[in-house]
Ligand binder design. Structure first.
Ligand code: ADP
Ligand code: MG
Length: 527
């Protein structure tokens, strides 16, 4: 393996990038040198991917500087970054499915078509080169396998090898373990260690504290697009990182001052729910949660800890093996999504186009989706278009849904307006409990505030709300009860007064074991 004569160095200074006027990365800086794994840690939405995409030439910074070995870079494209030895493996892979592993690695960056290796000898050489590279780094792949046959872990190795083959000295891995099983993650970290031993610099992006503590040399912590801490990994503890990531999370006073409602009877009881995951082990592993009238129960957790499986099981979109679901006193464990809706459940799903809305239908038809079969929207099997349009335009006005035009499919509308349209439909239908999954994700500030106001109005109107959000500040702001999920279990339950952001952050990261009774002081005992 070749070693670098002089370690590569990258200096990032005051880098900023906004989307539609909202800063995603705000004056961030850090230093990277060859021979080092640099962890980039932050909650979801902290700005990690945006920062890396600027270093990889995908996004242009609004301002700031990137210096490579002391020389300022103005990257025009990912190819330009590659020419400077900077390569990134994105969260979503970019391989050509019909090409083999070797073709993707060696030729994949040229235009498809001209890229296929022709002669048999050329092809064999290609495969051998790839096998050698794979062997050098312990990134096992089969050079001749077509990419469409590969597992996610194998695809990721192909992406990494492609960057190494192109001569990347700086390798940026954006949440690489998010798609891996634990044993695959361990192998990846071994390969990464080999890369830095041969002089490469690696940026390891993660929202998992343990991973960063276990596998990096230095850490930079981001929060809301800004630097909130950095240091040599061996000088940092989980508690310090939790404080940087979550500590002092602001809980607005006005909402605390708001007279707490007396919770009423339960409207949603989830008891001992167990849902199988994709890797064989349980994605939801015995979760019990109760939501009462006049109450918002917020589920805090890092994405991928069973939240999605839990709310999909509650909505009837996913089967579960054990446990029960009761909606407003009706046992609904084995009922269809429609029957659960009729029992009193309203559901705002994570993916708005798809589960939430029919992308090809107009706003009118999407809003009437649940009530097609009833008066006044239909009569004796005939749709009453005028009634549907009247309902729709009233809701569009009430919920301030913008950008809809008559006859236009909703797939052309912005995320914020789609979300408002779903809320308009779900909240105006009869319901006793609302399950809302990431209801403000991707919304601008005004739209997110409007959605939060709706959630509070639900509670104040006597219904119950089960809120799933990766934004801890949002959970703390809205919830009367906070439930923390980690690895498919509830690892802590807090009432509003006892909800300490740092402690919750530690539980979310797995740095604290909440199942240990002694560390669960302050729990309300609801879950
Ligand atoms: P992370 O990778 O830390 O989860 P991101 O960099 O993806 O964070 O996002 C930071 C912020 O920028 C988020 O609020 C996100 O909604 C916003 N954002 C990211 N990419 C885009 C985009 N292409 N358009 C609009 N907003 C974006
Ligand atoms: Mg990201």
């Amino acid at each position: 393996m070749p070693t670098e004569p002089r370690p590569v160095s990258l200096q990032v200074r005051e880098l900023s990038k906004s989307f539609y006027g909202v800063p995603a990365v705000d004056g961030v800086g850090f230093d990277l040198v060859g021979g080092e794994i640099h962890g980039l840690l932050g909650e979801n939405g902290a700005g990690k991917s945006t920062l890396c995409s600027m270093l990889a030439g995908l996004y242009r910074p609004d301002s700031g500087h990137i210096l490579l070995d002391g020389e300022e870079l103005h990257l025009r494209s990912p190819d330009d970054a590659a020419a400077h030895g900077i390569g990134m493996v994105y969260q979503h892979f970019r391989l050509v499915d019909s090409f083999t592993v070797a073709e993707n690695i060696v030729l994949g960056h040229r235009a498809p078509g001209s890229a296929r290796a022709s002669g048999r000898r050329a092809r064999r050489e290609l495969d051998e080169r790839v096998a050698q590279l794979a062997d050098d780094y312990g990134l096992e792949v089969h050079p001749t396998a077509p990419v469409w046959q590969l597992s996610v872990g194998e695809r990721q190795r192909v992406e990494i090898l492609k960057q190494l083959y192109r001569g990347a000295r700086i390798l940026i891995l954006d949440e690489p373990t998010a798609v891996l099983a634990p044993h695959e993650s361990d192998r990846l970290f071994e390969a990464v260690r080999r890369m830095v031993e041969t002089g490469h610099a690696v940026v390891l992006v993660s929202h998992k504290m343990q991973e960063i503590l276990g596998h990096t040399d230095r850490v930079t912590v981001l929060r809301s697009g800004r630097n909130v801490g950095e240091g040599a990994t061996d000088t940092l503890t989980p508690a310090m990182l939790a404080t940087m990531m979550f500590g002092g999370t602001h809980v607005p006073d006005d909402d605390i001052a708001h007279e707490p409602n007396e919770p009423g009877e339960p409207v949603l009881v989830v008891d001992g729910l167990r849902v199988a995951g994709d890797h064989g082990r349980a994605a939801v592993d015995g979760v019990t949660v109760t939501v009462r009238r006049h109450e918002i129960v917020g589920v805090a957790g890092v994405a991928g800890n069973g939240q999605r499986e839990l709310h999909e099981a509650i909505a009837g979109l996913r089967p579960f093996s054990d446990g029960s679901i009761t909606i407003d006193g009706h046992e609904c464990s084995r009922t269809s999504p429609r029957q659960r809706h009729e029992a009193g459940l309203a559901y705002v799903p994570e993916d708005r186009l798809g589960t939430g809305l029919a992308p090809g239908l107009t706003i009118e038809h999407n809003i009437a989706l649940r009530s097609f079969a009833r008066r006044p929207h239909s009569r004796a099997g005939w749709l009453n278009t005028r009634a549907i349009e009247a309902t729709s335009s009233r809701l569009v006005a009430d919920f301030d849904v913008r950008g809809a035009r008559p006859g236009m499919p909703v797939s052309f509308m912005s995320g914020g307006n789609l979300q408002k349209a779903i809320l308009a439909r779900e909240l105006t239908e009869h319901h006793e409990v609302l399950v809302a999954a990431a209801p403000t994700r991707g919304l601008d500030i005004a739209a997110a505030a409007a959605v939060r106001t709706q959630l509070r109005a639900e509670r104040d109107g006597g219904r119950g709300v089960l809120l799933f959000s990766e934004d801890l500040a949002e959970v703390l702001e809205l919830s009367d009860v906070v439930v923390v999920m980690f690895k498919g279990r509830v690892v802590g339950t807090f009432d509003r007064a006892g909800a300490d952001p740092e402690r919750i952050g530690l539980l979310m990261s797995g740095a604290l074991d909440g199942s240990d009774g002694s560390s669960s002081a302050g729990d309300t005992g609801i879950a």
